[in-house]
Design a protein around this ligand. Structure first.
Ligand code: G3P
Length: 218
C-alpha cells in the first residue's frame, strides 16, 4: 500500500520524505490556502522533493476551463497528477487528460460506489473517496472502500483506490485490511502510526538496564 501525504506544507513533506514515508502527495484548494503560498510555486517545490505523484486540483467547474487549468498545472512538473472533481465535467476532463495529455488524474470528492464506478470508466488513475467526511455524517466511510474494492476487482479496473479524508490511524489500518491501493493522510496521522505505549515502555526498560552495564557500543 502506498502512503501519500495530504498537505501542502513543504517542511512536513521534506521531513516525512526523509523518513521514507512519502510515495506521493495530495493537495487541494483548502490545503493551498493553509500553506499561504502560490499554487504554482508550492506545487513546483513539492515536485522537486517527491518523485511520486503530486496531486494539484483544478478549480474550474466547466470542462473547457478545466482543460486550460489542467495544461497549466501539468506544465509545472512531470509528476503532477491532475485532480478533478467528481462531476460530469470533471469526468469528461478526466477522460481527455488521460487519453490526450497522457497524464495521471485523481478524481476527488467521491462519496458513493456509483461515483467510483464512473471515475474508473473515465480512466481515472486514482479515485479519492473521503472516508472522514462520510463518518462525520454518521455513515461508515470504510464500508464505501470495501464496496469500491469489490467493484473494481469484479471488472479488473486499473483505477487505484486512494483513501482520502483520513483522520485516524484506524482509517489507515482498515484501508490496508480492505486492500486499498493508497491512503493519503495528514502528517500527524502518518507519524502516529509508529506509536505504541508498550514500545515506549520497553525501550525505557532496555535503556535503564543498559545504563547499569556501564558499557558503550563503539
Ligand atoms: O484528501 C482530502 C482531504 O484533504 C480532505 O480531508 O479532513 O478535510 O475531510 P478533510
Amino acid at each position: 500500500m502506498k502512503f501519500f501525504v495530504d498537505t501542502a506544507d513543504v517542511k512536513e513533506i521534506r521531513e516525512l520524505n526523509e523518513l521514507g514515508l512519502v510515495d506521493g502527495v495530495t493537495t487541494n484548494p483548502s490545503l493551498i490556502l493553509k500553506s499561504g503560498g502560490n499554487i504554482a510555486d508550492v506545487t513546483k517545490e513539492i515536485c522537486s522533493i517527491v518523485e511520486g505523484p503530486v496531486s494539484a486540483e483544478v478549480v474550474a467547474t466547466e470542462y473547457a476551463q478545466m482543460m486550460k487549468e489542467a495544461e497549466v498545472l501539468a506544465a509545472i512538473a512531470d509528476n503532477v497528477c491532475i485532480k478533478v472533481p467528481l462531476t460530469l465535467d470533471g469526468l469528461r476532463a478526466c477522460k481527455t487528460i488521460r487519453t490526450e495529455m497522457e497524464r495521471m488524474v485523481n478524481v476527488t470528492l467521491c462519496f458513493s460506489a456509483n461515483q467510483a464506478l464512473l471515475a474508473a470508466k473515465a480512466g481515472a488513475s486514482f479515485i479519492s473517496p473521503f472516508v472522514g467526511r462520510l463518518d462525520d455524517t454518521g455513515l461508515d466511510g470504510m464500508e464505501l472502500i470495501s464496496e469500491i474494492r469489490q467493484i473494481y476487482d469484479n471488472f479488473d479496473f486499473d483505477t487505484e483506490i486512494l483513501v482520502a479524508s483520513v483522520r485516524t490511524v484506524n482509517h489507515i489500518k482498515e484501508a490496508a485490511l480492505i486492500g486499498a491501493d493508497v491512503i493519503t493522510a495528514p502528517p500527524a496521522a502518518l507519524r502516529a502510526l509508529v506509536k505504541h505505549p508498550l514500545t515506549d515502555k520497553g525501550l525505557e526498560a532496555f535503556l535503564a538496564d543498559w545504563a547499569k552495564t556501564g558499557q558503550k557500543i563503539g
